[in-house]
Design a protein around this ligand. Structure first.
Ligand code: SF4
Ligand code: SF4
Length: 479
């Protein structure tokens, strides 16, 4: 039986409830009266300086996803753009993945790190290599990392992950610093989540891959990850251990997208109902080619059009949750996704173990083929030319604004008073320390325009003062 507050996987992600949802969505997909009601419900309500959004239940959002009328799709896209603008303004947060190790004991059939792949070179960074990679990432301008590692209790025990986090935070090369380390490692125990919390991680990220239990079993034939319940309940354990910010995601292409979409929203709504804060971020990866993985062997791949609609509907259904898109997607797809709701992107990613120190992109240990191979400077300049403010902000983490404290600021739109100036100041740091001359020129012009959009006069004047200080080589200002 479906129970939103249960901590049992089969109850908070309930198969029958998803089937009933999809049936309801099919029955109502052309019910224009209901569809317009749902869209009205999701519309932002402006009250003075504050803006509120109700979001949508997985049932309502599933009705919108089932509809295939182009006019309704346009309304969905327009609404997603409006919500994105109201809560995120023009800033786009940038991060990079750092792969620590591709040793893995699991048999995930969509990932080249699966234990049966005997041809892929296995590699694990030493702490000295982690240090070098961190310096290389800092020298590009990154401030926010997502560390990734396969599951292997012998090669990648929790102590190794903790040592890597400690090493990353300890490095300050020139003006560089990694100010937030997000962690994407396998489902683990409450005890280990507590250790991650103590190590000062940002978001704990774990993709569900697929919410369909039957499909999950077939896709995960071996290893600890084959335990659907243990994997699905991981975020509950993380939150019980005190980790406030968790990041969800499914790998689109593994199972039917409408099932996954309902499951994903069900999951975040379960976390919100049970722990007071839903997912901090949702990632939207699609299956890609890699070493021994052929994406065409997966029969549930989704077109770009469906992909955009899913992103827009996530933005509408959970307005306060960041949406992340990686370099799995091309520049063109990322451009459209940014418009419709994506708020964070990776830049200049290397999806091999290490590789940031090397001149050219190493391919031998890549987890997936990278579609967007531009440098960070190119991505930053591209974003600015599209009218966005690339942001290296990590202020909420540094100020302890996480979980429900973050959500309460977010839910009134007040977070914008922090995001906008923080984006400007961290962009200025980037321009001073790492940008090419042409990117710096574009950026300084953008900052001149954007600073006038800060509504609060006191914050505007403080931001201007801080920009001068940044020019004089002071760093790390935040609101
Ligand atoms: S997806 Fe993760 S757990 Fe599965 S094989 Fe790849 S690295 Fe291992
Ligand atoms: S102020 Fe907080 S929410 Fe806004 S960009 Fe910075 S870290 Fe993110």
């Amino acid at each position: 039986m479906y129970n939103i507050k249960s901590t049992k996987a089969d109850e908070f992600i309930n198969h029958q409830e998803i089937l009933d949802t999809l049936k309801y969505a099919d029955e109502n997909k052309n019910n224009l009266e209901l569809i317009n009601k749902i869209l009205d419900k999701a519309r932002p309500k402006y009250l003075g300086d504050e803006v509120h959004c109700e979001g949508l239940s997985y049932r309502d959002a599933s009705v919108l996803l089932a509809n295939d009328d182009k006019e309704i799709e346009k309304k969905i896209f327009d609404l997603a753009r409006e919500i994105k603008k109201a809560f995120y303004g023009d800033r786009i947060v940038i991060f990079a993945p750092l792969y620590l190790s591709n040793y893995c004991v699991n048999g995930c059939v969509y990932c080249p790190y699966h234990y049966q792949n005997s041809t892929i070179p296995r590699k694990k960074l030493t702490l000295e290599e982690v240090k070098k990679e961190t310096i290389a990432l800092q020298d590009m301008g990154h401030k926010r990392l997502a560390i990734e590692a396969g599951e292997d209790p012998v090669n990648n025990p929790i102590e190794y992950i903790l040592d890597c986090i400690k090493t990353i935070y300890s490095i300050h090369h020139k003006n560089g610093a990694i100010r937030r380390v997000n962690v994407n490692i396998a489902a683990t125990t409450i005890e280990n989540y507590k250790k991650l919390k103590e190590a000062g991680i940002g978001t704990y990220i774990l993709f569900q891959e697929t919410y369909n239990k039957e499909a999950y079993k077939n896709l995960h034939p071996k290893g600890p990850k084959s335990n659907y319940e243990y994997h699905t309940e991981a975020m509950d354990r993380a939150m019980q251990a005190g980790i406030d910010d968790v990041g969800l995601g499914v790998l689109f292409g593994l199972d039917r997208y409408r099932y996954e979409f309902a499951g994903l929203l069900m999951h975040t709504q379960h976390l919100e109902a049970t722990y007071g804060a839903g997912a901090h971020t949702i990632s939207v990866p699609r299956v890609k080619n890699a070493d021994d993985i052929d994406k065409d062997s997966f029969k549930n791949g989704i077109s770009d059009e469906i992909f955009y609609k899913i992103i827009a509907l996530i933005r509408i259904a959970v307005p306060y949750t960041g949406i992340i898109i990686s370099t799995r997607e091309s520049a063109e797809v990322r451009k459209k996704a940014l418009e419709l709701g994506v708020s964070q992107i990776s830049g200049a990613s290397r999806t091999s173990v290490g590789g940031y120190c090397e001149e050219s992109r190493p391919k031998d240990t890549e987890q997936f083929d990278v579609s967007d191979e531009r440098t960070l400077d190119e991505v930053v300049c591209w974003l600015m030319e599209l009218g966005y403010i690339p942001s290296f902000c990590t202020a909420c983490y540094a100020s302890g604004r996480t979980g429900d404290r973050f959500m309460s600021l977010c839910k009134t739109g007040q977070i914008q008073n922090c995001c906008q100036p923080n984006a400007i100041m961290t962009l200025k740091e980037y321009l001073e320390d790492y940008a090419t001359d042409s990117t710096k020129k574009v950026g300084d012009e953008l900052i001149k325009r954007e600073i006038n959009k800060i509504k609060n006069e006191k914050i505007k004047s403080l931001t201007k003062e801080n920009l001068k200080k940044i020019e004089n080589n002071e760093r790390n200002f935040r609101f």
